[in-house]
Design a protein around this ligand. Structure first.
Ligand code: PLP
Length: 383
């Protein structure tokens, strides 16, 4: 008798009992500053569309243009017939902008991270990751044949104590941490990896587009060049997909051996065409980064005196409340007042650090942020 049914039932019951159950909401305009749900309108503080591009009309037109030239789908994996001029142009735009020899495209950041670790690591290697790295990296590290060590979040001394020159190390960190919005000390991490003849991989899903003069992300801001840079297009680029940037030989290696690349349908060429436009928009429209800086100031000025406020340099503003129930209650009170914020609970964040994950996007207004601040104060009984 298969045990799947009873196992599934038990897991679901436990999740509910722990107050950790999550649900999907049918939302309209979830990629805009005002979203609609069940006939009500809410100011959206939950999307990762940091630069406000997910509904940008120029980008929509670019995608439509791409569709009329290339059709709907790529038709095959990249090594068969799925690789087009649109893909090649996107890769060229990325390598030129970010200063690498190769860019390898993937359908998602999750698959890019998994492809990277599964393909690069062998049994004799040691993988060292920041303990708050994304689930895609943690899972791939745990399942890879390499030995995995985790260093305390952003703790340089701990990293130093784990690394040596004898073993073949790959150090992996995020540029901006998705649940905390803080930045990795990349300059120090790069120095330690170099001193130990290790390689560094940076997943900059939340930094690319947002940080750095040209939007080149955490690495541009910190002036570091990891051997491997993962960027994703589902956040600041307002679309989806991902790329790994690396040198020529590593690119050739990933192209040959990364199963997520070889055995997966290439992204639609129209998407690659639109993403090439997004690469230009991200670099050229610096007003979007300036708007984020302005919103960040309004956010800090209105909320800095509240318990739970955390200052960050990025668009991610965690408001840490502690218990899951409190986080859910505050999110629900905010929703009553027309603010859409998401409560993030374990296992996504460590126990006792449940929070609202508030995100700023360039299409919000200062008034939106002030309205959020009033709703939050009311929910916390602070006014
Ligand atoms: C740090 C980080 N890396 C990778 C991913 C996965 O990217 P994608 O959504 O493109 O699969 C995410 C997504 O949330 C992320 O936060």
């Amino acid at each position: 008798m298969p045990v799947f049914k009873s196992r599934i039932k038990l897991a679901l019951t436990q999740r509910k009992e722990q107050g950790l159950n999550r649900s999907m909401n049918v939302v309209f305009a979830g990629n805009q500053s005002i979203l609609e749900h069940e006939g009500k309108r809410y100011i959206n503080f939950s999307s990762n569309d940091y630069l406000g591009l997910a509904n940008d009309q120029a980008l929509v037109r670019a995608w439509q243009q791409g569709l009329s030239v290339y059709g709907s789908g790529s038709g095959a994996s990249p090594m068969v017939t799925g690789f087009s001029a649109a893909h090649s142009n996107l890769e060229a735009a990325l390598t030129e902008w970010l200063g690498y020899e190769r860019a390898i495209l993937f359908g998602s950041g999750f698959s890019a991270n998994q492809a990277l670790l599964f393909t690069l690591l062998e049994k004799s290697d040691v993988l060292i990751q920041d303990r708050l790295n994304h689930a895609s990296l943690m899972e791939a590290g745990a399942l890879s044949s390499a030995k995995m060590k985790r260093f305390k979040h952003n703790d340089i001394e701990h990293l130093k104590s784990l690394i040596n020159r004898e073993d073949n190390h790959l150090v992996v960190t995020e540029g901006v941490f998705s649940m905390d919005g803080d930045c990795s000390p990349l300059k120090d991490i790069e120095a330690i990896t170099r001193a130990n003849h290790a390689w560094l991989a940076v997943d900059d899903a939340h930094g690319i587009g947002v940080l750095g003069e040209s939007g080149g992300g955490s690495c541009e801001l910190s002036q570091v060049k990891p051997e491997l840079l993962v960027i994703t297009f589902g956040k600041a680029f307002g679309m989806s997909g991902a790329a790994i940037l690396c040198d020529q030989a590593t690119g050739d290696y990933l192209t040959q051996f990364a199963k997520h690349h070889v055995y997966s349908t290439a992204m639609p060429p129209a998407q690659a065409y639109a993403l090439t436009h997004a690469v230009s928009i991200v670099q050229e429209q610096s007003w979007r980064r300036e708007k984020l800086a302005e919103l960040s100031e309004v956010y800090r000025d209105s909320l800095k005196d509240l318990d739970g406020f955390v200052e960050t340099q990025t668009s991610i503003k965690p408001f840490v409340l502690g218990g899951s129930e409190l986080a859910l209650r505050v999110a629900s009170d905010c929703r009553q007042n027309g603010i859409w914020v998401t409560a993030i609970r374990p296992p996504t964040v460590p126990k006792g650090t449940s929070r609202l994950r508030i995100t700023l996007t360039a299409n919000q207004t200062n008034e939106h942020v002030k309205t959020l601040s009033m709703a939050l104060k009311q929910a916390l009984g602070a006014q």
